[in-house]
Design a protein around this ligand. Sequence first.
Ligand code: ADP
Ligand code: MG
Length: 341
Amino acid sequence: EHVVNRIAAGEVIQRPVSALKEMLENSLDAGSTQVVVTVKEGGNKLLQIQDNGHGIARDDLHLLCERHATSKLRSFEDLQGIGTLGFRGEALASISFVAHMAVTTMQHDAVHGLSASYRDGIMDTGSPTPCAAVPGTTITVEDLFYNVLTRKKALKNGTEEYSRILDIVSRYAVFKAGTGFTVKRQGEARADLHTLPSASRLDNIRAIYGPGVANSMLALKHSVGDMAVASSSSFSSDGPVFTAEGYISSASHQGKRSTFILFINGRAVDCSPLKRAIDAVYTTVLPKAAKPFVFLELTMPGSHVDVNMHPTKKEVGFLHQEDVVDGLRAAVEHQLLASNN
Ligand code: ADP
Ligand code: MG
């Protein structure tokens, strides 16, 4: 049974960055305003995430790594309008099947913290134990895939895994203004990424992607249909309903690498058709322009996002996709043309 679970876990957690993304989303779900990520060998050896969120109650600790144990699935309506980022209760369970996992947590009104360790979905006997702590949660994942040698062999070197980790935290740092993020390699004093909770999205774009990008940013705002009506109705609407907000680079941006950051309903995702459509606008409108930087936050009724797609898959699909893509393509084109004149 453990072998089956281990294989399933390897599908959910494919590499260090997939574990990190899940833990990051949990920290944000817990209302954290500070998140510190510490990494050794690109997360192959150590992945630690410390947050100042609401913490985990003692009674919830033994279920933490049980598959489908989630504190976030309260009703069918919750599933429809997924307010929090995760909803499956599968991430930590999966991690515990393919790595050594330890948790230290303290709720804000508690007098001490608790620490617990896990293996194969189960809390170790003797856990949890009281300990000194600060409010929030620290999850430590060590020796990822120590028991899945095929996965371990397929892992890239620490440098490449680390750059993936920096990339995903960078995206969340831009998206989640109001939360400060730090990423550092274990034993290094200097952080490789550091943002402040007081910083705006534009501040964070500047800090992470550089002043060249930040100075060329055009704000984008576009909405179609009525979100309030569509979200409260149990029928799917005849046409697309969404709001889009973001920043896109103008002609003055001379970057050599294109950056496309997309969030749908609070999760970092990929949508290749959308990326291709927006790339095409840049090549048409600004033929000499360098690669675009695009940050887009899309909100749409939860029932429009493809629920059959595995939530850990980054590529998403949604209802009325062609119309949404075309609406966004037109909005980007409009902004670019306006700024070019
Ligand atoms: P999900 O996020 O889908 O509920 P996870 O396996 O990612 O499932 O997490 C399981 C549960 O553990 C969450 O529902 C939450 O209650 C708790 N949890 C995980 N990480 C944290 C954290 N950083 N702070 C507070 N609670 C957490
Ligand atoms: Mg989660």
